[in-house]
Design a protein around this ligand. Structure first.
Ligand SMILES: Nc1ncnc2c1ncn2[C@@H]1O[C@H](COP(=O)(O)OP(=O)(O)OP(=O)(O)O)[C@@H](O)[C@H]1O
Ligand SMILES: [Mg+2]
Length: 314
């Protein structure tokens, strides 16, 4: 018997996890999502970043088939989101808005109820997902005694029950305290490392930078920028420095392995993490240079996001 590595149910690894073409949705006169074209490869941890009202939840609801696009199209694992929803459902899991659990049942019993209503008898899977989200210890306590963070992890456990390949999470850390936030982010990273494709929405730039491999920024329903997080954050991040003499500036920059791009008679820019700026200044002063000004330069991702969030506040 021949085994085709990388091929599951006729789906090859090269099939995109998610792709959309000109996806739009309006509610009356309001354009909530406008002409969004995305390609998300399998195994990506994708962040849809945008301020309140940008269209993130609408975008996720369209992809999940909960609402129809007004125009444009989308595919998940090669299947059309409108025409072939039945083929998609077994492969996707999602948390959109706070899911409802029976408060007087335990976390474990809630998952068992979900399992049975879906027609599955794989009760072993319930213990497995509880362990995955680190809820084994509290699995037999009533859900009404759970913290918000625990409820969120239970929701994730529920979404993982049927072993979905693609997981949608709408603002998964919203309302959580710092510890709860860290737990969820670690969990998302682990799921990504295990090969799942994750589509999460967030209004927090640093969250997306921390957990995502790919990102798209949307604002007022429209695409602002998209790409690999590493490309967008590496690009432009550095330090703008004004010091003299230029020769010392050049020598110190070289020693710090951050070649200098000379801009003026005593000004240059360095490709150096802004948090290393104090070390750069100390080295320059030690070498006998006079430092006039040091300005951290933001990555293009941060720049774009700041621009549009500032614009919104006006
Ligand atoms: N069912 C609906 N009926 C009318 N307008 C809607 C509906 N759903 C969303 N909208 C509008 O579409 C726009 C995008 O909303 P959406 O909830 O997708 O934004 P979001 O990015 O998820 O925001 P948030 O960060 O606040 O969750 C908003 O202007 C919203 O008022
Ligand atoms: Mg939302």
């Amino acid at each position: 018997m021949k085994i085709f590595v990388g091929m599951v149910n006729g789906m090859t690894r090269t099939t995109l996890a998610i792709e959309t073409a000109g996806l739009s949705r309006s509610f009356g006169a309001r354009q909530a999502v406008q002409d969004i074209t995305l390609t998300i490869p399998q195994g990506a941890v994708f962040g849809l970043l945008g301020p309140n009202g940008a269209g993130k939840t609408t975008m996720i609801r369209i992809l999940l088939g909960l609402i129809r696009p007004t125009s444009g199209s989308g595919r998940i694992l090669g299947h059309d989101i409108v025409q072939e929803r039945a083929a998609i459902l077994p492969h996707i899991g999602a948390i959109v808005e706070s899911p409802a659990f029976y408060p007087y049942l335990s976390g474990r019993d809630n998952l068992l109820v979900l399992m049975h209503t879906s027609g599955s008898k794989d009760t072993h899977r319930v213990a497995e997902v509880l362990k995955l989200v680190d809820l084994t210890q509290r699995a037999d306590d009533k859900v009404k005694t759970y913290s918000l963070g625990m409820k969120q992890r239970l929701a994730l456990a529920a979404a993982l029950l049927h072993r979905p390949h693609v997981i949608f999470l709408d603002e998964p850390t919203n309302g959580l305290d710092p510890a709860g936030t860290v737990e969820i982010r670690e969990l998302i990273r682990r799921l990504g490392q295990a090969g799942h494709t994750i589509f999460l929405s967030s209004h927090l730039l640093h969250e997306v930078e921390q957990v995502c491999s790919d990102v798209a920024i949307i604002n007022q329903g429209q695409m602002v920028t998209q790409g690999r997080v590493a490309d967008l954050t590496g690009n432009g991040a550095g330090v703008l420095i004004e010091a003299e003499p230029l020769a010392i500036l050049q020598a110190v920059a070289e020693r710090m392995d951050a070649p200098l791009k000379v801009i003026g008679p005593r000004t240059g820019s360095l490709h150096l993490a802004p948090e290393l700026a104090p070390r750069l200044v100390a080295a320059l002063v030690h070498a006998g240079a006079e430092v006039h000004q040091v300005t951290p330069q933001r990555s293009s991702l941060e720049q774009r996001f700041l621009e549009l969030t500032r614009m919104d506040k006006r």
